[in-house]
Design a protein around this ligand. Structure first.
Ligand code: SF4
Length: 216
């Protein structure tokens, strides 16, 4: 499928083809001479003569490869996985974060500002706006009262820069109480980890407070 703003190659004359590009550009190539040209659409007629008469200076393959690279880049979604804290209220034996989940450090306002700038820079370097990117917040556990403020500041900062697609990964423990605020923020998708039937799930995902109670 062609990206929006692009048309399929049209046969202009004999072996000369043209593709209309977005931004007022055209791409012209000739299958006999093997030459290509890309430039302002208003110069297209001159370009047709150049590629047909062996006077263009770029191989058609190079011009078409360049275009294909842009198609690919435009198709590839850019996704950020953001971890405002590794701290968690669960202590799963298999946790990939290991002992980090007992550290409750979370991003400060200055950290969040830096992260928003980094995301903006990375997106721009890839020719994208924040509105074309997806942001997933995860931890640790971020959907809980002690960490939700950082999530709100982060999402607000990204939204100010144009971000609009937000997701969260959560163990679900405080999901119900945060759902209205998540909806308000625009966190449209939520991934919840369920380890099996209740007895299996509760065994594999023990809540830290219950561990403390047991220890006491
Ligand atoms: S809920 Fe997730 S982050 Fe928390 S301890 Fe379990 S696996 Fe780790």
């Amino acid at each position: 499928m062609l990206p929006s703003g692009y048309t399929e190659a049209q046969l202009i004359k004999d072996y000369t083809h043209c593709v209309q590009l977005s931004g007022g550009e055209s791409l012209v190539f000739n299958l006999i001479t093997g030459l290509g040209w890309r430039g302002p659409a208003r110069q297209r007629v001159v370009a047709e003569r150049l590629v047909a008469g062996s006077n263009a200076d770029r191989p058609a393959a190079e011009v078409l490869d360049e275009l294909e690279g842009e198609f690919e880049k435009g198709r590839r979604p850019m996704s950020f996985q953001l971890i405002p804290t590794y701290g968690c209220n669960f202590k799963c034996a298999y946790c990939y974060e290991g002992s980090l989940t007992s550290e409750q450090y979370q991003w400060s306002d200055a950290d969040i500002e830096e992260v928003v700038s980094a995301c903006t820079r990375l997106a721009e370097d890839s020719g994208k706006t924040l509105g074309e990117c997806k942001f997933t917040v995860l931890g640790g556990e971020v959907i809980r009262e002690s960490t939700f403020g950082a999530v709100e500041s982060l999402v607000a900062g990204l939204k100010r820069g144009g971000g609009r697609t937000f997701e969260a990964v959560t163990n679900g423990y405080e999901l119900a109480s945060h759902a209205p605020r998540m909806k308000e923020l625009g966190i449209g998708n939520v991934q919840i980890t369920v380890d099996g039937p209740k007895e299996v799930h509760d065994k594999r995902k023990p809540f830290t407070d219950s561990l403390l109670l047991r220890a006491a």
